[in-house]
Design a protein around this ligand. Structure first.
Ligand SMILES: [Fe+2]
Ligand SMILES: [Fe+2]
Length: 298
């Protein structure tokens, strides 16, 4: 069994893997800036220097999920989507490339459907509670399971066994990781996120989205991502296998945390929210198939 310390060097040297596009680091650095300090020309330049990423950006801007307009240039795609969303989208596209198609321990499609679903639900919940940075909630939702990519790259064979065990035993992926690897995607993902200097609250969401009570301090982003992750897993946007998770969202710690700061949340109909996820399912599937499809097939 490898320990987290065994794989730590592999995690922190991930950017030296040739498949990691050169734009990941500058993008991650820009993500920390307030939007008014981000230089649009620089983003256009970054996106344009990689034709496949530029194409993905255009596909996203033209998808029904984001407005379906006649977007033909990288610059207008960036304006249509908004700078922050473009940055998260690009990061997702870049990360999609770092796992070779034949290396996935599970399904890349399910992984990205879950991640994009979580991004959309996080942003929706963020708007509902009046969270100041809904696009940051989108980013945190998209990247919350970054550690799944890390584990796939760092210990592919053992990780495939984790998925098998989770599927066979009907337990969460996290429980299987804890048993077979000794650490979880939350830990490995937060090491990479910290190394890439992602914003602190995004790192916290990656680290604590399965155990909000372990977060060092109150953090609405962790609560938002935790709930979105659960909602997606309950509504067929999990990892592609059945998990026996009995969840009473109204008693969930993250929900109670958010309620404390946002009493009007009590009026939100949770059942309705899950129906909204079902309603968005076709579009999520279409966007993932168009934007995050494995590199080799597209
Ligand atoms: Fe997770
Ligand atoms: Fe997740």
């Amino acid at each position: 069994m490898k320990t987290l310390d065994d794989i730590r060097p592999a995690i922190t040297s991930l950017e030296s893997i040739p498949a990691v596009p050169a734009i990941v680091q500058p993008l991650a650095a820009m993500l920390q800036l307030p939007v008014e300090r981000v230089n649009v020309d620089q983003v256009v330049e970054l996106v344009s220097c990689d034709s496949s990423i530029a194409a993905q950006c255009l596909r996203m801007a033209n998808s029904p999920l984001f407005g379906r307009r006649n977007v033909e240039t990288v610059r207008s795609a960036i304006v249509t989507l908004g700078l922050k969303r473009v940055q998260s989208l690009l990061l997702g596209c870049c990360l999609n490339r770092i796992v070779p198609v034949n290396k996935w321990a599970s399904s890349a499609t399910h992984f990205w459907r879950h991640s994009l679903g979580c991004a959309l639900v996080s942003r929706k919940l963020a708007t509902l509670i009046g969270y100041a940075e809904p696009e940051k909630a989108y980013l945190a939702g998209l990247l919350h399971d970054l550690g799944v990519l890390v584990n796939t790259l760092a210990c592919a064979e053992e990780y495939a066994r984790c998925f098998e065990e989770a599927r066979a035993q009907r337990v969460s992926l996290e429980a299987a990781e804890r048993r077979l690897l000794g650490f979880t995607h939350c830990e490995s993902g937060s090491i990479l996120a910290e190394h890439w200097k992602f914003p602190n609250d995004v790192v916290a969401a990656i680290a604590f989205h399965h155990h909000v009570a372990n977060a060092m301090c109150a953090n609405a982003l962790v609560d938002l991502v935790h709930l979105s992750d659960l909602l997606c897993r309950l509504r067929d946007l999990g990892y592609g296998f059945y998990e026996a998770i009995g969840v009473d969202l109204a008693r969930d710690q993250a929900w109670l945390n958010l309620l404390k700061h946002c009493p009007q949340l009590a009026t939100v109909d949770l059942a309705r929210l899950t129906l909204d996820i079902d309603g968005a399912m076709d579009e999520i599937v279409a966007v993932v198939d168009a934007v995050f499809r494995p590199e080799s097939s597209g």
